[in-house]
Design a protein around this ligand. Structure first.
Ligand SMILES: Cc1cc2nc3c(=O)[nH]c(=O)nc-3n(C[C@H](O)[C@H](O)[C@H](O)COP(=O)(O)O)c2cc1C
Length: 183
């Protein structure tokens, strides 16, 4: 069974999650693809797809890819610059899931924090101290906390989640069992 881990990462945080997942999964054939190098041929049985959150959903390149995927077993993961247990994080993950769930089997999903890049923080600081993305004391504290994310614990959990789901899907297939999407 072939597994493709495909990710889009502007400043490297989602790439770390993708790499951790890729390193952990066990498959006859596994490949890691960065969307910066273009869209790969989608010839895997399992596609694990990761994006950075832009305006509450998948970034444009990954959104375009997700919209095209059909008939695969897929996993979705993302990183974002707001609390991972917030409704914004859940909605941002669901925005990706919604693009694939009708036409594919969903093996699972994962969302965690990713540090905001220095350039976007600089842009927010220039914008002043009022407004949702401003350099308010509250936002400064969040940006500070986010700097160390994804943490090793988050990388481990992402790796564990998809290692188990890939194993599970392979076992279901070997045993002629029907996998119901985990949404
Ligand atoms: C242009 C831009 C838009 C963003 N929009 C959001 C957003 O809507 N919600 C959010 O929580 N984080 C947002 N972020 C933060 C990134 O999703 C977050 O830092 C992510 O971990 C970056 O991943 P990467 O390093 O793989 O690019 C945005 C970042 C940028 C640069």
């Amino acid at each position: 069974m072939k597994v493709q881990v495909i990710y889009s990462s502007l400043s490297g945080q989602t790439k770390k999650v993708a790499q951790a997942i890729f390193d952990a999964i066990v498959a006859d054939d596994k490949r890691l693809h960065d969307l910066k190098d273009g869209e790969p041929t989608l010839d895997g049985d399992i596609l694990l797809l990761g994006y950075w959150v832009d305006k509450g959903g998948p970034n444009a390149e990954m959104k375009a890819l997700l919209s095209k995927i059909q008939g695969k077993a897929v996993g979705i993961f993302c990183t974002l610059g707001y609390y991972a247990d917030s409704s914004h994080a859940q909605k941002s993950l669901c925005a990706g899931i919604d693009l694939v769930k009708e036409q594919n089997i969903l093996l699972g999903s994962y969302v965690c924090n990713g540090a905001l890049s220095e350039s976007i923080i600089a842009r927010f600081r220039k914008a002043g101290t009022s407004g949702p993305h401003s350099a308010s004391p509250e936002n400064e504290l969040r940006w500070e906390i986010l700097q160390s994310h994804p943490t090793q614990a988050e990388l481990n959990l992402a790796a564990e989640r998809f290692k188990e789901r890939v194993y599970l899907y392979q076992k279901y297939r070997e045993n002629g069992l029907a996998f119901s999407s985990i949404v």
